[in-house]
Design a protein around this ligand. Sequence first.
Ligand SMILES: [Cu+2]
Length: 499
Amino acid sequence: MTTRQSRREFLKSAGIAAGVSLLPGRASLAQMTGGTSPSVAEAGKADYTLRIATTPIEIAPDRILSLTTYNGQFPGPLLRLEEGKQITVDVRNDTDTPEQLHWHGQMIPSDVDGAAEEGSPFIPPHGSRRIVFTPKPAGFRFYHSHVRAGANLAAGQYGGLVGPVYIEPRHEPGRYDREVFLVLKEFEPTFSRGGDMAMDFLFPIAVNKELHDAGEKAMKASLAKGMPHGFEVGYGSFTIGGRMLGHGEPIRVKEGERVLFHILNGSATEIRSLALPGHTFQVVALDGNPVPNPTSVPVLWIGTAERVSAIVEMNQPGVWIMGDTADDDRHHGMGIVVEYAGRTGKAQWIAPPKSRWSYAHFAKPNARAAVPDETIEMTFVKQNAAEDGFNLWTINGISYPRAEMMAAPSYHLRQGARYRIKMRNSSDDIHPIHLHRHSFELTNLAGRPTAGVIKDVVMVGGYQEVEIDFVADDPGLTLFHCHQQLHMDFGFMALFDYA
Ligand SMILES: [Cu+2]
């Protein structure tokens, strides 16, 4: 029994709930743009309009932030699209700075993908841009700002420019009664020297000695020269669905229900965990792609820009906190109340047993990936505090030029070939690595072969090696980067083109 609303009903209720108009074609483009673009206005109404503007957003009673958002709400409206059905989106930019709207996880042309590095035109300040594309592949995707923020903690993904996309699949993964979309996001960023990010949750745990020794030696040498630790970002408030724990509507459930959660880590920089006391998550899809081996786990770990779709069987009546396992982050808002029908009282938190997260849990047991046509080796290196106090990042010794949008492509792809990227992380940070416009298969995690898990972001552990395979089947400029905003902004990007 699926109680999913129809697309039309959903859009209507979403618009009413958020106090904004998301109705396709409801406002004429001339009204939306103030008639600035006659050629666009003549083209007729768009299916969707997204307006970028800085607005007050209340994340708890009387805790009101100034955030740049889509359509005056956080998160941005959930867009339910149909795979293979062309849509028109008008993006209106009511800020003073050029913007890019990236369709994360979709295989669409470079000029509409929403990355200046790939040649997508900017949405000009106080102007608009019409985008036409055919959504694919099916599954849980998202859209977000793709500008470099640098030292500006109000820009890029530090603000509120994140929204979910669901591209309807032909077959839903798994049986469920209803679905709930959750966007995890921190606000009120500040710089600090050195971070406290959880590092010991990935499995396998094996580090590469050569990478470890090189990274540690470079860090020691930098500190010995009197350099401070490079800047990291910390946050003052934490939200799920734009509300701090205890200040939003609870998720109301009934005993026996199977709830499909679609969870997006919309953070600019952080890795998140999530647990629901007394319950387990049956992971059915990662980054929107069904996994070969749906498996139940007590805790989800979700890297920056990753998505997890998981079914929870509601079989422990009570009032619970679904929240981050980091006490400090949960106490500052990273959680949401799950309330069973007929149950009242204070929401309970119980710390889950210690567990590790491995993508291989969800892989095909004993399967081996296809043999690639070519292997690309990449080594990631951190230069501590090398750029005005910020860490500078290199891939094979090259830092993506900060002054340029479209740098010279570093890698040239042959259409139809299968590539393996062997990533070697010579830093102690975990990097959520993202490839635009393609999906990839995880083929080796810290020395252990795996197959069958298809993603578009993968966390590469500190001093670890990870291999991913992809087929070059979407010609055009393609950006590869760490999705940690502070890393991508300071060099951790590379461009692919097709020969
Ligand atoms: Cu990174």
